[in-house]
Design a protein around this ligand. Structure first.
Ligand SMILES: Nc1ncnc2c1ncn2[C@@H]1O[C@H](COP(=O)(O)OP(=O)(O)OP(=O)(O)O)[C@@H](O)[C@H]1O
Length: 267
């Protein structure tokens, strides 16, 4: 199958509040796919459904041919070994060294001997340029470096699927560029598939093969970055050019200002 992840008719609600409203998405093997959209549109929820942390009310998520929400606990655990996740803000364990942070998933999921863990951790840290920082604690490195350590941890088990939740949030422009290049080059080096949740148009368009735009729990546009840059779709134009108003309104919906000021022509 050419798609590593397939999402069909996916519906999800928190209690009775609908969050995702019938998504269809394909994530082809070997590609970097960006899922973009404003705050709260449901991007992180998509990642949590792919990881099996939450269950949809309707529809399916298939990863490597397996329906995530039909697996038993053991099956889900096995499938999760194929996934690496970079959490929002790339939170590291603050009391563990850089080395131990990256070793953590290896210790959790494997019985590898210590010498092998050491070599694997140093190789992953080398891939992100931080082999020589392995003894430091998270408090002793910069935010950009911490994000790269979190990337090294996400790829510790050589995952088939790497999910990045807002990997650029809070980084300076140089660290953003470094992280973006790293995401792309690691995807090539590992032969994996990457899902990139972000609202940074510049970085995503630079490295993604395909982009989904979400708004209010639905896909409103999709295509290659080149297609989307040419798009006349008002939503895409607003997002790509960061216009403050457009299909996503500046004003919270409700009464018109004229009505509130008692200027509404009628009654
Ligand atoms: N555990 C929860 N219980 C109830 N509502 C939640 C929960 N987690 C998220 N939500 C709501 O679900 C909606 C979608 O959240 P989600 O985190 O998927 O958005 P997002 O697109 O990733 O946004 P952001 O970029 O701000 O992280 C939001 O309105 C959020 O308030």
């Amino acid at each position: 199958m050419s798609n590593l992840v397939e999402i069909r008719d996916l519906h999800f609600a928190y209690n009775s509040r609908p969050i995702l409203k019938g998504l269809r998405m394909d994530f082809p093997r070997g590609k970097v796919i960006a899922v973009m959209g404003g705050s709260g549109c449901g991007k992180t929820t998509v990642l949590r459904l792919i990881g099996g942390q939450i269950r949809p009310q309707r529809g399916s998520v298939t990863v490597d041919g397996e329906n995530v929400h039909q697996l038993d606990t053991e099956g889900l655990y096995r499938l999760r070994r194929k996934m690496g996740m970079l959490f929002q803000f790339g939170a590291l364990f603050t009391d563990l060294s850089v080395f131990e942070n990256v070793a953590f998933p290896l210790r959790e999921h494997t019985d590898l001997p210590e010498e092998l863990i050491r070599d694997l951790v140093l190789m992953k840290l080398n891939a992100v340029g931080l082999r020589n920082a392995h003894k430091l604690k998270p408090a002793e490195i910069s935010g950009g470096m911490a994000r790269r350590v979190a990337v090294a941890r996400a790829i510790a088990l050589d995952p088939q699927l790497i999910m990045y939740d807002e990997p650029f949030a809070g980084l300076d422009p140089i660290s953003m560029g470094v992280t973006a290049n790293l995401i792309r080059s690691l995807n090539e080096a590992l032969g994996s598939t990457s899902i990139l949740v972000s609202h940074d148009v510049h970085e995503c368009f630079e490295i993604a093969d395909y982009v989904y735009f979400m708004s209010a729990g639905a896909i409103v546009a999709e295509g290659t970055p080149a297609d989307l840059l040419k798009s006349e779709d008002p939503y895409v134009k607003q997002f790509v050019h960061a216009a403050p108003d457009g299909p996503v309104p500046f004003h919270y919906p409700g009464r018109a200002l004229a009505d509130d000021l008692g200027l509404g022509g009628g009654a």
